[in-house]
Write a protein that binds this ligand. Structure first.
Ligand code: MN
Length: 155
């Protein structure tokens, strides 16, 4: 029997192989041909009634990407594993281990793993937060007007 570990009460939950932690479920995002993300898993590392924030670990498999979205809450992101690129507003940057990325409110953003490596990152958010909004076709057209964004979205 594996030891039962409660994220709400345990003071120590150990790191396990392959970026897993005791008592933390790895949720594979459901995806189909229309899903706006590809090959992403999520683990909620800290979510507690006495914390105003949550810390999650997302992992994007090689060649995968997160949803292109924006929302009123802010993300604080730290890359833990692998490398890739991120879009923040109209800025595209290469990112790698231990880089820090801030996503301001109402800013389009997406993370893309390299084709030869996963991209794993911590993401800090408010516990109480608004739901993400997806881009309309007009939004996507406006983003694609920037050559570096168009190249990013097509990669
Ligand atoms: Mn987001």
């Amino acid at each position: 029997m594996p030891e039962q570990i409660s994220p709400q009460s345990a003071t120590l939950r150990r790191w396990q192989d392959d970026f897993g932690w005791q008592g933390v479920d790895r949720l594979a995002y459901k995806q189909d041909a229309t899903a706006p993300f590809l090959n992403v898993s999520r683990q909620t590392l800290f979510s507690h009634a006495d914390l105003a924030g949550e810390l999650r670990y997302f992992e994007v498999a090689a060649g995968g990407h997160t949803t292109l979205e924006r929302h009123g809450h802010v993300h604080g992101v730290m890359v833990l594993r692998g490398h890739g690129r991120c879009l923040v507003g109209t800025q595209v940057d290469d990112i790698g281990e231990l880089d820090l990325v801030t996503i301001p409110a109402w800013t389009w953003h997406q993370f893309r793993a390299a084709t030869d490596a996963p991209l794993g990152f911590l993401c800090l958010v408010d516990s109480v937060r608004d739901r993400p909004v997806l881009p309309t076709p007009e939004d996507v057209a406006a983003l694609r007007a920037h050559p570096q964004v168009a190249a990013f979205l097509e990669s």
